[in-house]
Design a protein around this ligand. Structure first.
Ligand SMILES: *[C@@H]1O[C@H](CO)[C@@H](O)[C@H](O)[C@H]1NC(C)=O
Length: 167
């Protein structure tokens, strides 16, 4: 019969082996996690489109934002910061970026979402450049890990256009 000490030792060795194996699997899975986020955004309505008294254009929109960012979450993900930006070029600037909405996704369960919202931040152009302007809506994300480096990426949803006239 094996002594108690022998069995306890065998059990400990076995546990440590399993633990080491789990650590290897976890870090490998984090590195090889394939990221396949999807997003779609609809402009449900242009609520207002005006030229302000200082000459700047301002747009108010209602957006339908759907995304599945669950693949960004691994055992090592603390949270994900997302923001939706309108991106367009004007004669003066090749890239103008206006953040319209943002959010923090605390957990994988929350990373598959669909919301209807008005723009949280003002869509203002410093100038009078928005009439008939083509723009992209770009969903950016920053993945904040528990350990290691933060990383960021985005999905570009092209093909939007503002009306020709103020309303
Ligand atoms: C909008 O998206 C298209 C297609 O991805 C890209 O070619 C274009 O440069 C983008 N426009 C801006 C202003 O980023």
């Amino acid at each position: 019969m094996h002594s108690f000490g022998y069995r306890a030792n065998a059990l400990l060795t076995f546990s440590l082996t399993i633990l080491a194996l789990m650590c290897v699997i976890a870090s490998v899975s984090d590195n090889f996690n394939t990221i396949t986020p999807t997003a779609s955004v609809k402009v449900l309505n242009i609520n207002r489109f005006t030229k302000k008294s200082n000459g700047d254009d301002e747009v108010g929109v209602t957006l339908d934002i759907s995304a599945n960012l669950q693949s960004l979450f691994t055992w090592n993900t603390k949270q994900v910061f997302v923001f939706l930006a309108a991106e367009y070029s004007t004669p003066k600037n090749p890239l103008n970026q206006v953040s319209l909405w943002d959010g923090i996704i605390p957990a994988k369960e929350d990373a598959h979402f669909s919301i209807k919202t008005k723009n949280k931040y003002k869509f203002v152009d410093q100038g009078s450049n928005l009439r008939g302007r083509d723009f992209n809506l770009t969903l950016h994300w920053h993945v904040m890990p528990k350990t290691g480096k933060m990383f960021a990426d985005k999905l570009v949803l092209p093909g939007f256009r503002l009306p020709e006239f103020y309303r």
